[in-house]
Ligand binder design. Structure first.
Ligand code: AMX
Length: 398
């Protein structure tokens, strides 16, 4: 099976379609403009920008500050930064028994399915029906939900530390997770950077689009976000980051000659080189560059990090031999798995949940914009694109 991923907001070759003709039907809405986005956009050279800032300028901010940016469209001042932390802390306590629901789930279920059920459960425990309130409440409750998913799914259900809402979002996750043999400081740094880099990616990637489409029926933020997470769970979308580390583990060597032979053999077998290529970007994804820099600072000798570093040197040269490949360079997923693995999160099946956790912020902010800002506050109408009946469906109609 071919497993790729694309987060492109525009057509593969970055065209914006101005006239829809028959040949554009059944192409997954590629390039068809459907709306505007106030939180982010993607350019071929600088990648994603949040509210006008290229991602490289934001990478070292705390996740809470970027949440403020996505909701308020400006970076917080020092006072506003303190205030958003306090606001999120005041919303963080989970208003009911989430743990019993998670304990009833099948342990063999995929963590993304647990995440979706967890978000739905949070909505059943409390929904205010105010778009922004619900989006911020959900964001504030995600670290605890994430920690509980790990603890309960892995059978570590006893002695789960109580939540401490005075801590930062990442600290709350690390506290709930409570991995005894990990370096918590490194883990916090890796997860903070991961969250900031993955919070938003334009308006038309499948999970964001799905979340906004569901919300357009005035379903709740929680139902919309659970649907968005289901979209993200697919191997062609968010699950590519799981596949990337699985690929790196399969490479198994950082020797450049052996890595090159491996890459060529994979291509010959018609299998993708994970962590390379992009629908929109035409250079190395700056989010990959940020993660390579972080890795070279905190874990240069980690075996998996050495493999991805060699892949970064070797694969673009080999992929560039195929003129069909628009971008042979590293994408966002190349190094994130190696970093999470180094932090002690060694099971790649969980990686898409971090992607989902991050995206709750961007999708939440975009839902709030579509529901309460657009059309002078009336919100966009319920989504209803046009489908054209095929000839055989019309055969009984005169
Ligand atoms: N390995 C092998 N073949 C690749 C390739 C790669 N890394 N990148 C592109 N190609 C192939 C495509 O499959 C396509 O082949 P086809 O004409 O036979 O269908 C051809 O090159 C042209 O593709 P493209 O226009 O350069 O890219 P795209 O928009 O069709 O696909 C993507 C983009 C990400 C799906 C693709 O580069 C890919 O499959 N990469 C490997 C998987 C991966 O790393 N996924 C994570 C992406 C990050 C993200 O978006 N979240």
């Amino acid at each position: 099976m071919y497993v790729g991923s694309t987060e492109g907001d525009t057509m593969a070759k970055n065209e914006v379609l101005l006239e829809v003709t028959e040949k554009h039907l059944n192409t997954g809405l590629r390039g068809v403009p459907v709306g505007t986005c106030r939180t982010s956009f993607v350019t071929p050279s600088e990648g994603v920008h949040y509210c006008g800032y290229p991602i490289t300028e934001l990478a070292s901010f705390e996740p809470e500050d970027i949440i403020y940016l996505l909701f308020n469209k400006e970076l917080p001042t020092a006072e506003q930064s303190v205030a958003i932390r306090q606001d999120l802390a005041s919303r963080a306590a989970i208003p009911g028994d989430l743990e019993s629901v998670l304990k009833a789930l099948p342990k063999f279920g995929h963590p993304m399915d647990w995440l979706s059920v967890g978000i739905h459960t949070l909505g059943m425990l409390e929904t205010t029906n105010d778009w922004k309130e619900d989006a911020l409440n959900l964001i504030a409750r995600m670290p605890r939900l994430m920690g509980l998913i790990f603890r309960i799914r892995e059978g570590r259900e006893e002695n789960i530390p109580a939540d401490d809402t005075s801590l930062s979002m990442v600290e709350r996750f690390v506290r709930t997770l409570d991995l005894h043999d990990s370096d918590d400081e490194k883990m916090k740094q890796i997860i903070s950077t991961y969250l900031v880099l993955h919070m938003d990616h334009g308006g038309g990637n499948l999970s964001t689009f799905t979340g906004k489409a569901i919300a357009s029926s005035k379903a709740t933020v929680y139902s919309s976000m659970a649907g968005a997470m289901n979209a993200l769970s697919g191997p062609l979308h968010g699950r590519a980051n799981q596949s990337c580390l699985e690929f790196v583990l399969k490479v198994g060597t950082s020797d450049p000659v052996e890595v090159e032979a491996f890459v060529r053999a994979e291509l010959k077998a018609n299998r993708p080189i994970f962590g390379f290529g992009h629908a929109v970007l035409r250079s190395e994804d700056p989010r990959a560059t940020v993660q390579f820099k972080l890795g070279s600072e905190i874990c240069p000798d980690d075996e998996n990090f050495k493999i991805v570093t060699t892949l970064r040197e070797v694969a673009p040269r080999v992929l560039a031999e195929n003129p069909k490949i628009s971008n042979p360079n590293a994408n966002v997923d190349i190094a994130s798995g190696a970093l999470l693995h180094h932090a002690g999160l060694t099971d790649p099946t969980y990686y898409t949940t971090f992607f989902g956790w991050a995206r709750v912020a961007g999708i939440g902010a975009q839902i709030v914009d579509e529901r309460s800002i657009f059309r002078n506050g009336k919100g966009t109408p319920i989504y209803r694109p046009k489908y054209i009946a095929e000839a055989q469906t019309l055969r009984h109609i005169e």
